[in-house]
Design a protein. Structure first.
Length: 384
């Protein structure tokens, strides 16, 4: 005898039982409800939503720091093309990305610096009495600094940089540029408890009219100042180039370029009403003789601020002769030196000290006689 076939409630519904019509209506209602309330976003919508959320999270107005942070430090000068898609409200995002980049790549760059040292050797950069003494290899890399391991990066910050103390007049004539910023990197070296601070100042004064997403045509380079060991400074520059689609390289000043900067600066700073300056740093000019000349290798000239002002004011009316032409003509008449055969490689005053090998030191007196912005614009205009 064949046993009876047992069926479940699910079997009845599938075979057209009495509860099937009600269950079909329920399914349809639930299906429509799910479509209305839980319809998944497309991949494009998800990316846009994620991007908007990230922007809202990271778009924080930057903190502002005074341009005095540039004072009394020896900086290496670099030139840069305009930055692409730079957003000053994304500083928090940039901080995290740069920190990750340095931690991931510091070892590779350290070994690269060691290899380069073995290939090129090392040589003395400038004399021990120079303002910029260090050890440089044949390719311009600081060997001693390149061998320093970065240690532990404890903090990275991006801050808006206010170059000068503005008056209402200055702000109208030269509006401040909110896109100049400074990167501060705090490092705890391996085996030490004290921390060291390094800097990279990005002076994007040529970007005031850059409102689009494309690099505009530009007439002169903007500048990047670095004060850091070769390992850290190199990584910061690499990250900036990759992030903002720019090109950053060392800026070296030819003799004629340094002369233009000195002439324009001195004429502005000292061709004015006399002021009381106590113990002011004198104007210093350092010349080197061409290679192969026997005897003297260099000549240094030092002038007080009073002598400099007197020299500038004594020019004939309508004369276009610069400060250096006046000094050299005076010294040539007395010492019978042909300055046309000498190379000006360093110059300094109370406001700044500048070397042709791409080093600069800025002093606080620049706010009294000159301005940081004008100096940076002159270097960017005349430097190559």
């Amino acid at each position: 005898m064949t046993p009876p076939i047992r069926t479940s409630k699910c079997d009845h519904s599938l075979t057209g039982g009495i509860k099937a019509p009600g269950r079909l209506r329920t399914r349809k209602i639930l299906h429509n409800l799910i479509q209305k309330t839980h319809h998944p976003k497309s991949q494009t919508q998800q990316r846009q939503s994620s991007s908007n959320g990230t922007q809202l999270t990271n778009e924080v107005p930057p903190q502002a720091v005074s341009g005095s942070i540039l004072f009394n430090k020896t900086w290496s000068i670099h030139k840069t093309t305009p930055f692409f898609a730079f957003n000053q409200l994304q500083y928090l995002k940039y901080q995290a990305e740069l920190l990750n980049y340095i931690e991931a790549n510091s070892g590779n760059l350290l070994f690269s610096a060691l290899d380069m040292r073995e290939k090129t050797g090392k040589a003395t950069f400038v004399s021990e009495h120079s303002h910029f003494s260090s050890q440089i290899d044949g390719s311009g890399v600081n060997v001693i600094e390149a061998l320093d391991e970065p240690g532990e990066i404890t903090c990275i910050s991006f801050d808006k940089l206010i170059l000068d103390v503005h008056t209402a007049e200055d702000e109208i004539e030269h509006p401040s540029n909110p896109e100049s910023f400074i990167i501060t990197i705090t490092v705890r070296p391996k085996g030490k408890t004290s921390e060291q601070t390094y800097f990279c100042a990005v002076l994007l004064d040529q970007m005031q009219n850059n409102k689009g997403n494309k690099n505009p045509a530009f007439t002169q380079f903007s500048l990047v100042f670095t004060k850091a060991p070769a390992v850290i400074g190199g990584l910061v520059i690499q990250w900036l180039e990759r992030k903002f689609d720019c090109r950053i390289c060392r800026l070296l000043l030819q003799t004629f370029e340094l002369r233009k900067i000195v002439n324009s600066s001195m004429d502005t700073m000292y061709n004015q009403a006399q002021r009381e300056y106590k113990r002011e740093r004198p104007i210093e000019l350092h010349y080197s003789f061409p290679e192969g000349v026997e005897g003297l290798k260099s000549i240094s000239i030092s002038l007080s601020s009073d002598d400099t002002r007197q020299l500038l004011l004594s020019r004939e009316q309508g004369s276009s002769a610069g400060f250096l032409e006046g000094v050299e003509a005076h010294c040539s008449a007395i010492m019978k030196i042909d300055f046309d055969r000498l190379n000006l490689n360093r110059a300094g005053c109370a406001s700044w000290y500048l070397a042709s090998e791409g080093k600069i030191k800025i002093f606080s007196a620049i706010w009294e006689r000159y301005s940081v912005r004008r100096l940076i614009q002159a270097i960017g205009k005349y430097g190559t």
